[in-house]
Design a protein around this ligand. Sequence first.
Ligand code: ADP
Length: 415
Amino acid sequence: MNVLVLNCGSSSVKFQIIETDEQLIEQDSDRRLASGIIERIGGQALITFQAEGHPKERRAEPLRDHRAAVDAILRWIISRSSNINNITSLSDIHAVGHRVVHGGEHFQKSARVNREVIEGIEECIDLAPLHNPANLKGIRAATELLGEGVPQAVVFDTSFHSTMPPSSYLYGIPYQLYRRYKIRRYGFHGTSHRYIAYRYRKLRNLEREQTNIITLHLGNGCSACAVLQGQSFDTSMGFTPLEGLIMGTRSGNIDPSLIEFLSAKSGMTIAEIDTLLNKQSGLFGLSGLTNDMRELLDEEAENQDRRATLAIDIFCQRVQQYIGGYMAEMGGTDAIAFSGGIGQNSPEVRRRICQGLGAIGIELDDEKNNHLNPADSADIGKDGSRVKVYMIPTNEELLIARDTFRVVADLPRQW
Ligand code: ADP
């Protein structure tokens, strides 16, 4: 089955085409056939397409909306010049899988798109006013362009965390607010944490119920997840992705009283403070330089920039807090795993996070940490480290493609 995986943001669409089926999943040999991204939809859009084994193609083209963007993707996919193996017409696209950010309490697993599912996603717009409408535009565009006959599935960022117990998902605020407005912790990056935990289980040949690991997705957005007996028990993002770790531009945890204080002192509106916490904080706000971890590490190494060091150190310390906290909540863990752009690519950040964690059984092997291939999972713990340490590349698109296949073929979800 050739699955078109779509990830629609407010002004962008990312896609991959992945060939998968039961046998390919079993053999872990599903194939990515092509990928790409369209940015700045609504104006002169920037288009990057790439068929596997071929160079990237880049161009700019005015694209009015998400429908026009999906149309451009489909036209490229079936064009001769794209060189995609085995795809020559729209009938070679057998299903579409969409990443959807918020499934609220409604969706505990991936679902086949139908009227009821669309209504369920619409009901969650309140909780994700920027993301869910874009995801819905992607679903509508695919339906219009491919026809009702091509099955579609939705895979939610939140659903892996639907197993969190109330002790993990409730805030210490009046319970009625949860009842009335559904104010609670939902967690995000669920597809990534689920994938990392799945890979770890495969690496160690464990049953799902034996899987106890703390997964660390450290990219532009960052979150940690306590996976206990194969299920999400706790995670660091909350009602929105703002909670938890320090991120590229997000503050992570702060004292909520700051909002009132800042508003009184600076005259900023609530909306402006929200933007400040989401877009001008985190690594960017602390360093005053950039949200990009690689650039901060370079600044530190080349110019001994004090605030770059501060930003990296605070970032790492916050991750340590979650590792320690989750170990306490879980009664210990068998492993931790680093993933995401930073977790996969930066031996230095992994080193700084693991520094001093010997006391709680986490010991990194410097040699293994410094010499790994970021594309392949690796055990980077010291021999004898009580808690194993892994680097596991995430692959949300693959999991979306597999879920889509299973939903469409009516097979039970496995992970
Ligand atoms: P997103 O969350 O947008 O998918 P990524 O997972 O691609 O983002 O992560 C982006 C982050 O990964 C950036 O902060 C980038 O600097 C960082 N990164 C990528 N490569 C390296 C590297 N070699 N060393 C340190 N950080 C890196």
